[in-house]
Design a protein around this ligand. Structure first.
Ligand code: ZN
Length: 546
């Protein structure tokens, strides 16, 4: 009879139980490891022998065979040291297994030459998988406990070294948890919306995008703060709930991009460079790894310099933006990864970035070609499209007054503007919580609006935010009065809104109403929604002439 211990193997986001069999046969002392084990597993031989030595155990003489089941699935990872050591030590009667239910327990952990249990990536999805397979207990390195305790329904035992583990295993020591001490306090982000100056009028639209989960496109000259704003969106998004956080951690574990435990509840923010390949963005390649859109699941995917992305990459985004999942083809089967993200994109108005300022050196043809790179399907999916003006930041008080004057002048120029003019914040105000644009305040608004949406979409599977409404839901939840309807009609007549924009305007108006806690969409919400589509009404913005 061979001794069997269990652990978990992963294939993409899907896992399976691995049975680690150990048997000692008669013959020349050797160790063979069979069952499609990779190099890291085969190297465990010396570590296991060193561990017997450290523990003062007698290393078996004879032909040692380890078999990994199921035999036809590739296994990888150094965490199989522990189940292999235990199988062998039990098989040669150096350890008594009577105190532990081997059938209901999984073991994970690499072992160092002095018997310490080593940390590794990917603990979380393995434990979720173990729980789904009816496993009740898990034994793992103490360093993995902070991640492990997030999975409910499976009891975890963490150990620093093999000596403590064996003491507990044989019932000579009571288990005491050390996980609480290992947990670090949440990291404090140094990004905050109060650091964004001179763009107060824009923040309202960014908050709406975050509140309704609307995709957002920012167009503006180089240096106007597009990326600065985009990078701060994660600071106003509501924290993830436990299920969402587990899902995200599992994805990141598998991709080998494990998140810090202290960031566990924060939504992911993935900033992708335009040089990235379609495979890197969408997923795929030799290992069929999740791409950036899956790493951005439940969070934000930020594409800066949008027109610079390859046509292939932008085209490939269409299907996941629609379905909120992505199918990555492999040789034998297809991995389906989740990809429910909010797309935030930024672009210059023209290749040189100065369009509209009089300094532009681009020919009309060049400007048109540049814009056409993102026209069509992607542009259609951007609910909120805002043009940003360049704001000069000065250090001295006089210059600040100039900025204030400039902003006031800009406000006067805008005919449709509903914004209230606020005095520019004194820089000493920056990062203080009483700044109305501090992320902490904006986040509260977003959370309130999301709570309203959660209530609204109860019973509608797969819909959490206004942005996800289809035509049926829009008809049901976005009724507007006659005056608002006439307003949209006149905006349509003067600005040539496309028919497709109509539904987007209603969805965004619904979000503005939610942000104010209004049950019905009001005329002012429709105005705000109309103002959120600068690219549709290009004659009213510095984009005139596009
Ligand atoms: Zn230009």
């Amino acid at each position: 009879m061979a001794t069997v211990t269990k652990t978990i193997g992963m294939n993409g986001l899907e896992g399976f139980v691995i049975k680690v069999e150990a048997r000692i046969l008669k013959g020349v002392p050797t160790m063979s490891i069979i069952g499609l084990a990779d190099k890291a597993i085969k190297e465990s031989r010396d570590r296991i022998e060193a561990c017997f030595n450290t523990m003062g155990m007698r290393f078996p003489k004879g032909r040692i065979v380890f078999n990994m089941l199921p035999q036809d699935v590739q296994k990888s990872g150094g965490y199989l040291d522990l189940p292999m050591f235990l199988s062998l030590a039990i098989e040669c009667e150096e350890i008594n297994p009577d105190h532990v239910s081997l059938d209901e327990t999984v073991f994970f952990g690499g072992i160092s030459l002095c018997g310490d249990l080593e940390n590794f990536n990917g603990m979380l999805p393995m434990l979720i998988q173990a729980r789904q397979n009816g496993i009740r207990f898990a034994v793992l390195p103490n360093a993995c406990m902070a991640e492990a305790v997030k999975v409910h329904g499976i009891q975890c035992f963490g150990f620093d070294n093999i000596h403590d583990l064996v003491e507990w295993f044989e019932g000579r020591m009571h288990y005491t948890s050390k996980s609480a001490a290992a947990t670090k306090p949440p990291a404090i982000s140094n990004l905050d919306f109060s650091q964004v100056r001179g763009q107060d009028h824009l923040i309202k639209f960014v908050v709406a995008a975050a509140a309704g989960g609307h995709n957002l496109l920012l167009v503006g000259p180089a240096g106007c703060g597009k990326s600065m704003i985009a990078k701060r969106i994660e600071t106003i998004l509501p924290d993830m709930n436990e299920d969402e956080a587990l899902e995200v951690m599992a994805i990141h574990s598998v991709a080998g991009a494990a998140r810090n435990h202290e960031d566990a509840m924060r939504r992911p923010f993935r900033s992708v460079h335009y040089n990235a390949s379609a495979n890197a963005i969408i997923g795929g390649g030799t290992n069929a790894k999740p791409g950036e859109i899956t790493l951005a699941h439940n969070g934000v995917l930020f594409l800066d310099e949008l027109p610079e992305f390859s046509r292939a990459a932008l085209e490939a985004l269409r299907q996941p933006l629609e379905d909120r999942v992505v199918r990555v083809a492999r040789v034998r089967h297809t991995n389906v990864y989740p990809a429910n993200f909010m797309l935030v994109a930024a672009m210059n108005p023209c290749p040189c970035g100065n369009f509209g300022s009089g300094k532009c050196i681009c020919s009309p043809h060049k400007v048109r070609t540049y814009r056409q790179r993102i026209s069509g399907p992607i542009l259609e999916r951007m609910d909120i499209q805002k043009f940003m003006n360049k704001v000069d930041l000065f250090e001295d008080a006089n210059a600040r007054n100039c900025v204030q004057g400039k902003l006031a002048a800009d406000a006067d120029k805008s005919d449709l503007s509903m914004r209230t003019r606020k005095p520019i914040q004194n820089p000493t105000n920056i990062l203080k919580p009483d700044n109305p644009n501090a992320s902490v305040h904006l986040k509260k608004k977003v959370e309130k609006a999301r709570a309203i949406q959660a209530e609204r979409f109860k019973g509608h599977d797969g819909v959490w935010t206004n942005a996800q409404m289809d035509v049926t839901l829009i008809d049901r939840f976005c009724a507007i009065d006659e005056a608002s309807s006439a307003l949209i009609q006149s905006a349509h007549d003067s600005n040539q809104f496309s028919a497709r924009s109509y539904h987007k305007i209603l969805k965004v108006a619904r979000t503005f109403a939610d942000l104010d806690g209004a049950a019905d969409i009001r005329q002012e919400d429709v105005v705000s929604a109309l103002l959120s589509r600068d690219l549709d009404r290009i004659d009213a913005t510095p984009l005139k002439g596009w």
